[in-house]
Structures are given as structure tokens and as C-alpha cells.
Ligand binder design. Sequence first.
Ligand code: GDP
Length: 444
Amino acid sequence: MAFEGLADRLQNTMAKIRGKGKVSEADVKEMMREVRLALLEADVNFKVVKDFIKRVSERAVGQEVMKSLTPGQQVIKVVKEELTELMGGEQSKIAVSNRPPTVIMMVGLQGAGKTTTTGKLANLLRKKFNRKPLLVAADIYRPAAIKQLQTLGKQLDMPVFSMGDQVSPVEIATKALEHAKNEHHDYVIIDTAGRLHIDENLMEELEQVKSIAKPDEIFLVVDAMTGQDAVNVAKSFNEQLGLTGVVLTKLDGDTRGGAALSIRSVTDTPIKFVGLGEKLDALEAFHPERMASRILGMGDVLTLIEKAQTNVDAEKAKELEQKMRTMSFTFDDFLEQLGQVRNMGPLEDLIGMLPGANKVKGLKNLQVDEKQISHVEAIIKSMTKAEKINPEIMNASRKKRIAKGSGTSVQEINRLLKQFEDMKKMMKQMTSMSKGKKKGMKFP
Ligand code: GDP
């Protein structure tokens, strides 16, 4: 997981001070020494670290006393606020031009994930904001970049404007804008050329595209795994082009976090989105406060709720709840529920969003075995209708048949049946409890 080392170290440091009823200057000093090391080890820019420590120390020592928090908790609050500030404070929103189309220019070095992110961003704009983007293939140098964008367009069922690789990017951008106006696209996302390194020619060309496309946003795509290099790249691009935002990709890898924590301070450009995988829905708006909360082990319940809202069908959830109440929950419902949860993304990521999850033994290094989940699905799909509704009829020969049909074993089937039974028992207890409550019974 990204930020794991940093999160671990900061959380250990915070744990030491949390319960303190009195925090002396020496306590703060000791804590700041540990925080400083943790940040440096996470590859955060040294100047950024220095400023951060200075700000936190000043505030932590001389702060006003709040009744609701212990002094230890107050220090943690300061750390969280400053960490949030470091990453940009408020979440920054994507521009909307009052003279559509809104133009977004994507820039970055080769391999950072620019083309993929162009597709992801278009997907997000349509899915979340109901927009109608046009993708523009203006990377005429990287072999296969145009083809790659066209493939993404096909997957998304979204139009891609291209003129091949023999026309200049400036001309492509000009024609693309005309086309977008005629076809009433409200967003135009231009995938520009990257290079392996920053060079004069690249910058000149990007400046030309910028001057004719007059973009509302210029997003730099950088790879989080490259740490301080990403920060340097962002600095150069910003000086030459004037960026409006950064997209940090590959945050699903085990990046130490340096880029995420330094980019804003060094370049004064906010991180607007983060890439969390290769799939086209693996792009999220960047929320500094939620990220700070995640790093400090306070969880990210808001993102979890948002994921549930976009991916879980509310009607179906209601139906399910009804079934639980009336005890008519079957294996088919179980399968459906499993599918909905899987839609929300990898289970490890979801667990990582729960407060304190990485402090719970067993949960921290939990590897959800996708194979096991697929087995459960295969087993249920091999059951007959009667078996799904009424698992009690399951005898040895039925189990053997299902094991064969699903490519699993009788033991696995027994385990699933037991889990299902336990779950039903738990539901029964819960529903009788809530009935009891209505009658005014008291529970400890
Ligand atoms: P470009 O040269 O900047 O256009 O880079 P591409 O869009 O071709 O991406 C380079 C590689 O990075 C591809 O294999 C992508 O699938 C991968 N990639 C892009 N974004 C992410 C991300 O957020 N997470 C992961 N794991 N891979 C990514």
C-alpha cells in the first residue's frame, strides 16, 4: 500500500502522545524529531520537511487549550491540519468554462500514465458529472500512442479525434476544437506528446498548443513511484507552461509518499487527481484532508461512503435489508451482495479506509484471496434453485455434484454452508434485537 512506512511511523509516534494529559516542550521536540525522520524516509523534500516541522512545533507548543481534547490529542490535531495544508488544504475542483467546451491539456513525460489518465478522466467526467468529452490524440511521436487512445475510446464508447501522426499537434488541436464545437462536446481533453526527458523542443511545442487551444486546465501527469523526480518534473513543467493541476498516478503501488507530500509546496500546484490502478475507473479526486486522515490511521470513511453510493444500487440494498428482516435471504442474494461489494474495488483498499484498520492485528496484512471469492461464486452458481433457497436439503451426493461442477472440494462447500448458516443466525439475532428495542427493551 502507498504511504505504508510513513503511516506506520507517524501512527506509532502519535500513539505515544495521544493519551498525555500534559505535553511539555520536550515532548513536542522528541515527537518532532521522529516525525522529521519519518517524512525524510518517505522521500519528502528536505525543505518541505523543515518548514513543516517548524510550523507544527510552533503551533503545538503555544496553542490554546481546548476543553474537548486532551493536550496529546491537540498536538495530533495540529499535525493533521498541517499535513492537510501541505497537500493543498481544500480539495481543488476541475474548471468549467462559461464558454464551452472546457479545454484540458494533458502533459507529462513518457510512461507516467498520460494517455491512460486521459481516458480515465473522460470516464470520470461522464460518469460523475454527466459530461460529453471529446478525446484528442495529439501525441504524434510515441509509437502507438494514437492507437492506444483510440482503443481507450472504444472501450469507453467515446469519440477520439485524430489526424494521424503526419500533422502537427497545433493543427490537430485547432481542428479538434472546431470539431468539438460542431458536435457540442462540453469538454475537450488533449493528449499531448511526452518525451523521456524534459527538452526544449517538447516545451516549445506544448507552448504552441497552449497558445492556440487556450486550455482552462493544464494537468501534468506524474508517476508517484518516481518520488523526488516527479517533484522536479513538476517544477520544470510549471515554470515553462504554468500548470493548473497535477495528476499523481500509480498510487496503488508501494510509493513512499514523497511526491504527494512535496509537490504542492515546491511547485505551488495542487494535486487534483490520483491514479489508483490500470483500469479506467481507477482515478479519484484528491482530497488532502482525507489523505492526511488515512496517513494518520484515522480512516477515510467519506471516500468509503462515496464508493458505496456510486457503486451500490440503493434499491437493491433496500430489498436486501427487507429480506434480512424477513429471513428470506438466499444464496442468490448472497451472490449479488458479493458482486456489489466487489464493484467498489479491491477489498484490501476498502479495509484500508476504515479508521485504525492497520492497527488491528490480522487486518493490516490481510490479503483478500480473490481466488477464494471466485470459488464461492462458482459454488453458488453450481447450486440448483432449490438448494439456493433451502440449503438444508444439501446431502453428500448433492455436495459432490456441486464440487465437481464448480471445480472445488466438498470441504469448501461445507465451509461456505457453515458461514451462511452463521450469517443467518447473526441476522436473526439482530432482527430480534431491533424488534425488542421497539418494544422498549433495554440492551447493555
Ligand atoms: P504515457 O506514456 O504517459 O501516455 O503512459 P501510459 O498511459 O501508456 O501508461 C504507462 C503505463 O502505466 C501503462 O502500463 C498504464 O497501464 C500504467 N498506469 C497508468 N496509470 C496507472 C495507475 O494509476 N496505476 C498503475 N498501477 N498503473 C498505471
